[in-house]
Design a protein around this ligand. Structure first.
Ligand code: SF4
Length: 587
């Protein structure tokens, strides 16, 4: 039984000495709630200044929240680490069953430190941690098979979750991901490489605890309020019906769908890779994270005939959503949906971050067009828009890194373009490759100033769509709105809910739901807490050397009309100057 009001135990695991211990940290959870807030503080505690991201000293931190297992959509585990991709704050969120499994095992957070001398996977069962030999799993081509083997080996009842890396993580590709429950990922910023550097192939966690709530009557009423809002919401219905891939057509129509490395913002093949077309022709099933009444995860069925057996098919389930379709579809000029699904599938098997991989492939294609690289660099491969076979071969080599060119591609476009040229079309912000929104200036300011350099930090694209056209805010007003949104999102990621439910969880409702768990924080206090957490993240970034002045801003974004109009470089620069004052000069 876990008393949710005293939910504050942290499990520490030392891989070097194969030891573990548990500490109760109530002061941490009462001040910073859980999730992002707690994980940021643990990062300060455990990550020495200027730690090399792929060294044993870089900690992996997982944190959940008092809402986990208690309220709908509190499905996320927050991972925090120093990013090998950007060199500063690494943060990634994943759903599946991971968060509920951590909570049911009795923990608010887990800290993994050190490095093993051989490949292992961890088994965390309630109060016990076991270190299992993973020699036979290391080098396996498919991360799916790794999951199958761990699942078959660990026959444990209770809520459980299996995280693992693929070959990308083993080979330290700086944007390697960690997959959990096959279709959810700690996708961005290279957590997979940090696992790989520790020889940590995977992690199975299970727990059978029951959560005890004190204020049951108020809890039931508040739960129902949230649940009813979720099932009545047309936005959540949209996530269920078509998933985020339903945005392809609309973003394409408004001229905001990055295409062929953002040489265009609308794609002639958009209809064929749209959420509607994939659902009509390939959708196999939908699945949901634990404790989610929406179920937005869409799986396509890919049928491929065996070469010598025409009526025998290899059938693969391939998860897809907007970001994958943009990055491995329009961005690389692939309009054949089967080709796109094959590319998504190989990227998933290696456990690469799909968004970064798509931008890397598209940068390399343009670099070849512009003769910055040749087939001597690419190992004989001629890259061309929409050429699936070439892209599959490049992805293989990004993972195996047979030469200097692929070693550079395995570090992302910011790194590769510094070596080979092409910085003006290297579409990364804060070294993190862009998401699929050429909506306007607010999206790019948002990518640049967000603590993770992610579209999820502050949703600048929605300012472009809702306000830039009619209201025309000043650069300072745009930045103020983005910082306000990012501060609010610190609360949501400290209670570890899925951002798709952000329209349901107002700050007032969060405060009310907290009260049912004996946590007393007013909406004002929550907003202050959110701003404080964002400040703390910037404190970490600055400590590790982040500075806006060092960033490469690709000129490409100023050359192509966005949905909200041309992006004015002077407006952008004024916004970044002001953001620096707000986010760094005050740290
Ligand atoms: S909406 Fe989708 S990502 Fe969010 S919790 Fe539900 S299934 Fe998971």
């Amino acid at each position: 039984m876990i008393n949710n009001e005293n939910f504050s135990e942290v499990l520490y695991i030392d891989l070097t000495h194969k030891k573990f211990w548990i500490k109760n940290r109530p002061e941490l959870f009462s001040k910073y709630i859980g999730g992002t807030g707690v994980a940021t503080q643990l990062l300060f505690e455990e990550c020495p200044e200027h730690t090399e991201p792929l060294s044993p000293e870089n900690p992996i931190i997982f944190a959940v929240s008092p809402f986990t297992g208690v309220y709908p959509f509190a499905s996320k585990t927050i991972a925090m680490f120093k990013s090998p991709h950007t060199g500063d704050l690494g943060e990634s969120h994943a759903g599946g069953r991971s968060a509920v499994a951590i909570k049911m095992a009795g923990y608010g957070a887990i800290v993994i430190k050190g490095k093993c001398d051989m490949p292992i996977y961890l088994v965390i069962k309630d109060r016990k941690v076991e270190f299992r030999n993973a020699n036979t799993l290391w080098g396996m081509k498919s991360s799916f098979t790794v999951g199958d083997v761990i699942r078959a080996n660990e026959k444990d009842p209770g809520m459980r979750s299996i995280m693992r890396i693929g070959q990308a993580g083993e080979n330290l590709v700086s944007y390697a991901a960690v997959v959990t429950e096959t279709y959810r990922h700690f996708g961005r910023m290279g957590l997979g490489a940090v696992f790989g550097s520790k020889m940590l192939k995977g992690l199975m966690i299970s727990g059978k605890k029951i959560i005890d709530l004190t204020h049951k009557k108020n809890y039931i009423t508040t739960y129902k309020e949230i649940y009813d809002k979720a099932v009545d919401s047309p936005v959540m219905k949209k996530y269920h019906d078509l998933g985020t891939a339903g945005n392809i057509k609309s973003l394409n129509l408004m001229g905001a769908l990055p295409t062929r490395n953002l040489k265009a913002a609308s794609f002639e093949g958009a209809d064929k890779i749209s959420g509607e077309h994939i659902a009509e022709n390939f959708l196999g099933r939908r699945v949901a994270c634990s404790h989610c009444p929406t179920g937005c995860i869409h799986l396509a069925v890919l049928r491929e005939p065996y070469e010598d057996e025409p009526y025998f098919y290899k059938t693969t389930m391939v998860g897809y959503d907007y970001e994958l379709v943009y990055a491995l579809g329009s961005m690389v000029g692939i309009s054949n949906p089967e080709d796109m699904l094959k590319l998504i599938d190989i990227v998933e098997k290696y456990c690469l971050d799909s968004m970064t991989t798509g931008v890397v492939l598209s940068w390399a294609t343009e670099a070849m067009e512009k003769k910055l690289i040749t087939i001597a660099d690419t190992d004989g491969i001629t890259l061309g828009w929409g050429n699936l076979n070439a892209y599959m071969a490049v992805v293989d080599r990004i993972v195996s890194q047979p030469n200097d060119f692929y070693k550079a591609l395995a570090k992302g476009v910011d790194f590769a373009s510094k070596k080979y040229g092409g910085k003006d079309f290297a579409l990364a912000f804060g070294k993190n490759e862009m998401a699929g929104y050429h909506t306007g200036v607010a999206a790019y300011i948002g990518f640049t100033i967000g603590a993770r350099h992610s579209h999820l930090d502050n949703a600048g694209y929605s300012i472009d769509q809702n306000e830039m056209i009619n209201e025309k805010p000043s650069p300072e007003e745009v930045v103020d709105k983005l910082i306000k949104e990012e501060s609010l999102r610190q609360i949501l990621s400290s209670i570890a809910i899925c951002f798709f439910a952000r329209g349901i969880y107002s700050v007032e409702l969060v405060s009310k739901a907290m009260a049912t768990m004996g946590i007393d924080k007013s909406p004002d206090e929550l907003m202050k807490c959110g701003r404080e957490i964002l400040k703390e993240k910037y404190r970490f970034k600055v400590r590790e050397g982040f500075a806006f002045e060092k960033l490469n801003i690709p000129k490409r974004i100023f050359e192509l009309r966005a949905a909200a109009g041309m992006i004015d470089e002077a407006f952008f620069n004024q916004a970044i100057k002001y953001a620096k004052k707000q986010l760094i000069d005050t740290v």
